[in-house]
Design a protein around this ligand. Structure first.
Ligand SMILES: [Zn+2]
Length: 74
């Protein structure tokens, strides 16, 4: 058979072309084309940031209320 990339005559059972190094067959498992595997969707990260901001806000409010409560108890 001939190599698809450089048209060199290579052995029928060759997996790669000896001349240009290209594979003679398509890879069985195609690499993911649209989204990277290790990157989460953006909205979940944004939701996480919102959650952290909410927790910090609640902590600040409770600390502020603890400072105010002795003033009201006088
Ligand atoms: Zn080739």
């Amino acid at each position: 058979m001939t190599c698809k990339h450089c048209q060199t005559e290579i052995a029928d059972k060759a997996l790669i072309c000896y001349r240009c190094g290209h594979a003679t067959t398509e890879p069985r498992i195609a690499p993911p084309s649209n989204a990277p595997l290790f990157e989460r969707p953006r909205h979940s990260r944004r939701r996480m940031v919102a959650l952290v901001i909410l927790v910090v806000f609640v902590l600040l409010v409770t600390r502020f209320l603890r400072l105010l409560i002795p003033l009201f108890q006088r």
